[in-house]
Ligand binder design. Structure first.
Ligand code: ADP
Ligand code: MG
Length: 632
């Protein structure tokens, strides 16, 4: 490195978005300006956590024994001088290049979003927007006329450097003097922000926004924060707001978590855990934790940032902190994985999570519905990838049903209200709730007042072969031919107004169906159960993999329509007319068209039609015939 390089100061332009963000922060007046301190403390704290993390494997760093702490000072200045604040940390530090990168030229997706929100005319609540869009560092320009960041990296050979900016479009970077590791932020306050150059006030702000930062924060000589890790405090001592703030700081997610689980136990392992079920399945675009897994601490030191070995795959959406004194410090990834303690830890945590989720299902149906809509799929996948989990996850399942009135019910709800004579749990596979509700298979169930679960998620079909029973009650697909249904108290007495169709006519119609549909059906016969629907397709009793047909169609694999039995309703007015037509004009094109259309309808109903749009020309032809007859 040349002497020239050490003495020159290089000027840089900010990235365009950062320029605009700065402009807004400098030129507007906000009520919540004090949050600049929270943002700088949060950066300092991150830098120290990264240092700690680095030192798990690498001790060859500058100042390995330095205390990890934040110091905030208000230096003396002359009467007529602008007031100042200095914030120091002993974190990982930044090299000259990193200063340029991190504080000015790196593309910040957050900055763009932030600007878009402002352009929308969002009333600018600094507290929310700044944190949310990750433009944290720049918030200092709400109070500063000038900022000088002096930093020295933990890398032993790196030299100290300084970054300077007065809130304009450019910043400078130059060599600097600094002996110890870490970062110092020298803030020259704007005259209208002079109030912040006050230790008492700074302490209040630390207490309010940064009380549970893991490192001591000294304002002047005195420590201002409680510092105890939130997860190590007694749940009864914690305000709900503190959980929310912690979650936000940890994840940068602004959607509130759906569930917070906080517990400590000593048996079988000593553990403090603070876990969250996020509000959404997809992380927000600025989420700081993009990978799955929980943070694993031992003795209050972060040993794994994304630990996926504690919880099963289907619970990886859970975020939070697990802290155990029993885990050896300085563990390698392999030893973490193979540690017997990890298995015990995992079991304990999983048990608590499932228990609390179950409880949420009982206590707060609305919230649980949100949870289930976001994360239910993982619990369905669980059955496929982790058969032993079935017992744990089935009680968490929710479905709509023919009697649930649009609400979700659990399998326990279903079993509890089964009819006395009922043995099985009935379900109908369908693409949508509307299609399920109109399924012809439901006719006999409606007539008997039997409840049927709507399995309308592709995953329901996929896992249905794996779900043999629940609490001793077998699951039963309603599309099965020749199913014996119990006669319940609610069974409607068969005083059917509709007269049966004359047998010779009906037989001719069935003959026409066989001729028209040929190999596409295994059989055509009169139904014993249909009431409101003209026809339905049922599975021959020994049909293999009937659920798989639906999956194949959804996956668009080489899809072949399965052959099924076509059942005809021998009392339906439409069939009655078609049966007459079959007798009087067996060659009428309308007869064939109608049979084709009834078959196509049944396929759609079953979720088996490869492409419903193919039906349109045929529907049009039928309309033409109908219209022509109507005007005759
Ligand atoms: P964020 O914290 O969301 O990344 P900021 O604008 O607050 O965004 O900070 C930008 C980047 O500057 C940080 O990601 C980090 O790399 C760097 N940085 C800021 N303050 C410090 C610090 N005290 N020590 C080390 N690096 C820092
Ligand atoms: Mg930050």
């Amino acid at each position: 490195m040349t002497t020239e390089e050490q003495t020159t100061s290089d000027a840089y332009h900010f990235k365009a978005e950062i320029k605009q963000v700065l402009h807004i922060l400098v030129h507007s007046l906000y009520q919540d300006r004090e949050i600049f301190l929270r943002e700088l403390i949060s950066n300092a704290s991150d830098a120290m956590t990264r240092m700690q993390f680095e030192m798990l494997t690498n001790h060859d760093v500058l100042d390995p024994d330095a205390e990890l702490a934040i110091h905030i000072d208000v230096p003396e200045v002359a009467e007529d001088e602008p007031k100042k604040i200095i914030i120091c940390d002993s974190g990982i530090g930044m090299t000259k290049d990193e200063l340029v990168q991190n504080l000015g030229t790196i593309a910040q997706s957050g900055a763009r979003e932030f600007l878009a929100k402002i352009a929308e005319g969002a009333t600018f609540d600094a507290n929310d927007l700044i944190g949310q869009f990750g433009v944290g560092f720049y918030s200092v320009f709400m109070v500063a006329d000038e900022v000088r960041v002096v930093s020295r990296s933990h890398k032993k050979r790196a030299k100290a450097a300084a970054w300077l900016c007065d809130g304009s479009d450019t910043f400078r970077v130059e060599a600097a003097e600094k002996e110890d590791r870490g970062t110092e932020i020298h803030i020259t306050l704007r005259p209208d922000a002079a109030e912040f150059a006050n230790e008492w006030k700074l302490k209040q702000i630390v207490k309010k926004h940064s009380d549970f930062v893991r490192y001591p924060i000294y304002v002047g000589e005195a420590q201002a924060n409680q510092q105890t890790s939130l997860w190590r405090q007694r749940p009864s001592d914690i305000q709900p707001d503190a959980y929310r703030d912690f979650y936000r700081q940890m994840t940068m997610e602004f959607e509130e978590p759906l569930l917070t689980v906080h517990f400590a136990t000593d048996v079988p392992v000593s553990v403090h855990a603070l876990l969250f079920v996020p509000g959404k399945r997809e992380p927000g675009i600025l989420a700081s934790r993009k990978e799955p897994g929980v943070m694993l601490y031992s003795h209050n030191v972060l040993i794994q940032e994304y630990c996926t070995d504690l919880l099963p795959v289907w619970l990886q959406f859970v975020d939070g902190v697990v802290d155990s004194e029993d885990l050896p410090l300085n563990v390698s990834r392999e030893t973490v994985q193979n540690n017997r303690l990890m298995a015990q830890l995992g079991k304990t945590i999983r048990g608590r999570l499932l228990r609390d989720l179950k409880k949420m299902g009982q206590d707060d149906a609305e919230k649980y519905e949100k949870f289930w809509n976001e994360f239910g799929r993982y619990f369905k996948e669980a059955v496929a990838i982790d058969p032993a989990a079935k017992e744990d996850v089935l009680p968490l399942y929710r479905y709509q049903s023919s009697k649930s009135d649009g609400k979700l019910i659990s399998l326990d709800d279903y079993v509890a209200r089964m009819a006395e004579e009922q043995e099985a749990i009935y379900f109908v596979l369908s693409d949508t709730v509307a299609a399920a509700a109109n399924s012809p298979h439901l006719d006999p169930f409606k007539a008997r007042g039997l409840e049927v679960l709507y399995w309308v998620d592709p995953l329901d079909a996929l896992i249905s072969p794996l779900l043999a029973e629940y609490k001793g009650k077998p699951f039963q697909n309603v599309d099965e031919a020749d199913m014996e249904l119990p006669n319940t108290a609610a069974t409607e007495t068969e005083t059917d107004e509709a007269t049966p169709i004359a047998e010779p006519d009906l037989n001719r119609f069935i003959g026409a169906c066989v001729t028209t549909l040929g190999e596409r059906v295994t059989e055509v016969r009169v139904s014993k159960v249909l009431k409101d629907s003209p026809v339905r397709l049922v599975s021959p009793k020994d049909a293999q993999n009937r659920e798989m047909h639906r999956i194949q169609r959804l996956l668009d694999k080489e899809y072949e329509i399965p052959r099924k039995i076509l059942e005809v309703n021998g009392r339906h007015p439409l069939i009655a007319n078609l049966a007459q037509l079959a007798t009087q004009q067996p060659d009428a094109p309308l007869l064939t068209m109608s049979i084709e259309q009834l078959y196509a309808n049944a396929l759609v109903q079953e979720g088996l039609h490869p492409n419903p749009a193919d039906m349109l020309p045929q529907i049009q032809s039928i309309l033409e015939v109908a219209a022509a007859q109507a005007v005759q």
